[in-house]
Design a protein around this ligand. Sequence first.
Ligand code: 3NM
Length: 209
Amino acid sequence: MNPDVLNVYFIMGTVNCVEPPLDTLEQALQAGITCFQFREKGEGCLNGEAYETFARNCQKLCKDYGVPFIVNDDVELALKLDADGIHVGQDDLAITEFRARAENKIIGVSVHNEQEMELAVRSGADYVGIGPIYPTKSKKDAKPPAGLGFLKKVRSQYPSFPIVAIGGINEMNASEVRLAGADGISVISVICESSNVEGTIQKLRGARG
Ligand code: 3NM
């Protein structure tokens, strides 16, 4: 995949939002996010029909702006909606299963150590998510923050594999994360809680624009 797609990768679900979620997504799309991940998870999240309707509404907005719509974890939803891709945790089966059923879709995998990285590459992931770089409040079961060390190591071992960094990334630390080797940054709270989404995204953007 073209790593530029990972440049400013916004992840969101209703529980992350302060403003109406679709308004936040549209503002983020207008301001130039390059990828969107639908992650409707956590206490109080939508279920059933409301979950699917919300996903479809997010997907429609992404289509309007020509931005890839990636589904977190839910292979069935991704296939049902003909999403552009899926992001999964350490579940090799999900990668293999999804690839078999959707050859041309983007597959992203979260990795936290060298073994997981190797497995993701071997299983045919298109990109990896490395995190949490810094402490995050947006994922209850997040691993301890790893700082930039692991990211740098993976970049040196895989000079051209698409990498997005995640966890506690904001306007102030985004550039050091990019310098450490990330093609892009993935964020939830810094956009969901911004009072100036456009300004925030401008600051998060890398030199690639
Ligand atoms: N995954 P924020 S950290 C969804 O480490 C997610 O794999 C992580 O949210 C991982 O930008 C995280 O608000 C939450 O810190 C990122």
